[in-house]
Design a protein around this ligand. Sequence first.
Ligand code: HDE
Length: 681
Amino acid sequence: MSDKPKVNENSKQEQLEQFRVDDANKKLTTNQGLKVSEDGLSLTAGERGPTLMEDFHFREKMTHFDHERIPERVVHARGSAAHGQFEVYESMKPFTKEKFLQDPKVKTPVFVRFSTVVGSRGSADTVRDVRGFAVKFFTEEGNYDLVSNNMPVFFIQDGIKFPDVVHALKPEPHNEIPQASGAHDTFWDFVANNQESAHHVMWLMSDRAIPRSFRMMQGFGVNTFRFVNEEGKSHFVKFHWIPKLGVHSLVWDEAQKIAGKDPDYNRRDLYDAIEMGKFPEYELGVQIIEEKDEFAFDFDILDATKIWPEEDVPVKIIGKLTLNRNVDNFFAETEQVAFHPGHVVPGIDFTNDPLLQGRLFSYLDTQLIRLGGPNFHEIPINRSVCPFHNNQRDGYHRQTINKGKVTYRNNSLAANTPAPTREEQGGFAHYQEKVEGSVIRSRSASFDDHFSQVKLFWNSMSPVEKQHIVDAFSFEVGSVKNKAVRQQVVDMFANVDLALATQIAKNIGATLPVAEESTITKASPALSQANTIKTPAGRKIGVILQNGFNDSEVKEILQGLNLAGVAYETISDKQGVVSGTNNIDITVDHTFSTTDPVLYDAIYIVGGDNIDNTFYKNANYFVKEAFKHYKPIGATHEGIQWLEENNMLDSPGVVAVDNKGFTEKFIQAIAEHRHWDRKVV
Ligand code: HDE
């Protein structure tokens, strides 16, 4: 590889291309390249005799299989990833010298992995949990990892408590129950005894914890970083990813059902969207605080349990991330990718945020055990697109064949190379922050307020969001067996809002809390999903139809939906095709038994002229579930009659008209996502 890299959006794909292998239509060989004459019978002494040791093909095949698994990630084990690119809208030169943030013409290749945190690799996608949003930028100066979550705060303030919170949250150790859920004693015991967790817990009880799609959730860098410019001037910075499709969630009943009906719901959604060419997009936003304003806020800007309210520190949109290619091999790419907040490039640096400092140790360490040694940077997905040279050698699975005999510095045999690069010439040099202090295990009092911003969050929620939070607490804390823990949680959240805590107490049979009402009235509208982007694009609807449907009308409606970016699947009682009144055939994607209403954002009920009782009953189930989950329902012809029978016709989000205006009205209803003002009994 040349030492003068030219990175463009294809650089990573070109690099990966040399590692991609297509085994189809090839001869079967051993790993040594030997062609094999038989693959289904082991070598035995006689037709009914024992297997022989010399069967190297059997031994190689079985041994490789026996070693297929690697340890799953200790957290964020379940994930899905995609390739893409990042472009900056305008030069960020005044703030940072990061090369990939200078020139709008530069498209930087990226690899992004989304994840849940608590569950094992095979757990369901739609559990109540934080979502990871880790982005690896392959820049010309090396890899930069922005390892984010879909919630802007964290449970703890200091990295040293991470093993504690994760132990408490993971399935309980004596019986490994429950999987991928915080609804158990140890988690809430941790919460009640670590009150700094209040803010994050509130986010976890909110709709953010059950995102509709990875394409419809925000990402937050959580920790406070630094931008450093050419002049060496530093600004504090927080990162935000904002999805172009808006921020949308499932409802709890739906999330639980999807966990059974399609545990791969979010993974499939991401994969399918990219296969269909509906590339997910997110804008990158930054909040910037000048060094002189470090102490200008009523919270500590280095405290990861705090947000910087957007109304006080505006989010500046600076670029766009597009995911445009699925992985070819899940293990090689998604499983083996190794993120680390310490993978930085010149222009970005750390702060003394004590959570970040803890992370800087953990991520490198965890890769050593998970990926089997110190050479994980050589795994194709992890390789930087610029060259790397140093005196590190050997170790498990080393692939580079370093030439020469000099593996040390200082040396004269290789003219003292590989040589460091001075900062002015592009070498990374840590920001020269002045630090002083006694060696101490103690935290500044500026980290002590654990409730004001939780109240800010609560105040910012819409009535529906508030109700969902109460319901979530009632389910989660209600699942705790230990009554004392339940009571402690109620008393803890009385510090946030008395009405909230009282409602939880009533629902879970705890003693009503006694506390002074918080006096904080401030709200941050940016926190509410009610204020998010509303677009029909990216949604998937189920179309229920049967032979004898009005085909020309349906075709037109489906085309209209397609143009608005809405994907659809057709559902009937049998596989094959359904024929319309003018003999136009439509392929059936699903029968009532291979899909479920919870898997769609909306239902369009068309009907047909051969509706028997079973079809009617199945279709009714789809409509009723969609109705209950506040989803848009569209109906024409027979469909209208069915809605009438169910008393749904005049409800918000139900579009039932036999005329030209249908498509437009239905699209508007779909864009709304959910119709909360609907009366659901
Ligand atoms: Fe992580 N985290 N984390 N984390 N984290 C890991 O690294 C850790 C934190 C996040 O898709 C691990 O490779 C500590 C905050 C994501 O591969 C591990 C602390 C945020 C991913 C680790 C935190 C994150 C991880 C496990 C507190 C949001 C998945 C496997 C000091 C900004 C990356 C691995 C992927 C993964 C440690 C807190 C995000 C153990 C010690 C805050 C998205 O190293």
